[in-house]
Ligand binder design. Structure first.
Ligand code: FES
Length: 252
């Protein structure tokens, strides 16, 4: 199979810190294999910049296998790039063509301020999770797997919601900067399980209140979050979040 090396032009957002104004810088990169991952391609660019005595591009990454949610890049106008249901670290250069110009930006959201270049501060998500708090569990010996029967549909839905890696693509892609899909995934993954029922009402109210306090926008059902989510989290979980929140309010 032909494995032609690619020459590309990168337009990369550079910004020294949260206070300074950023802007795009253009960099050529040459001899990139289509089998190179997107992050490896940025590594190659950074290697070149370092050899030229220039500042490398700061970008977030950790696991590089689609698990941690760190690799938050907006590529050619799409969160995590042109492919669907994958993270930036799973994106490969074969998705682009030789001679392409690729625009790389950080997440754009008031709740995720730019720290440097392509790195944003996503502590707001941690604060929402902290507001959600703990799950009551009996400590002690490990119970039998079938000690608490859970219908398969509920277990499947819970697992689908729990697939959220907290990358923030939903917020970055939403025109309102809403965190509803993230909060919904967290609430939904626990709401479908008996273990999550004990604190369900408190959790839904606390997470929604924290989300509002931190300046995330409202959901207006555009569905952009679902379309760009690397884990394919469904907006149906937002409907469950609404139900959980309303039933908690009625209980009050
Ligand atoms: S680096 Fe962990 S999901 Fe991409």
């Amino acid at each position: 199979m032909e494995n032609k090396l690619m020459n590309l032009t990168l337009k990369v957002w550079r910004q020294k810190n949260a206070k300074e104004k950023g802007g795009f810088e253009t960099y050529p990169v040459e001899g990139i294999s289509p089998d190179t991952s997107f992050l490896e391609m940025i590594d190659i660019l950074n290697n070149k910049l370092i050899h030229e005595g220039k500042e490398p591009v700061a970008f977030d990454h950790d696991c590089r296998e689609g698990i941690c949610g760190m690799c938050s890049l907006y590529i050619n106008g799409h969160a995590h790039g042109p492919d669907s249901e994958i993270t930036t670290c799973q994106l490969h250069m074969r998705k682009f063509r030789d001679g392409d110009t690729i625009t790389i930006e950080p997440w754009r959201s008031a709740a995720f301020p730019v720290v440097r270049d392509l790195v944003v501060e996503r502590q707001a998500f941690d604060k929402i999770l902290q507001a959600g708090g703990f799950v009551n569990v009996n400590t002690g010996g490990v119970p039998d797997a079938n000690a608490i029967p859970i219908p398969k549909e509920d277990a499947d839905e819970s697992m689908d919601a729990a697939a959220c890696i907290g990358c923030g693509a939903c917020v970055a892609t939403c025109k309102n900067g809403s965190a509803m899909l993230f909060v919904a995934a967290r609430v939904s993954s626990l709401a479908k399980l008996p273990q999550g029922k004990v604190e369900a009402a408190r959790r839904a109210k606390a997470m929604v209140a924290k989300m509002d306090e931190l300046g995330f926008g409202n959901c207006t059902n555009t569905g952009a979050c679902q379309a760009e989510c690397p884990k394919g989290i469904s907006v149906s979980h937002i409907a469950r979040l609404h139900r959980e929140f309303l039933s908690a309010k009625f209980k009050d």
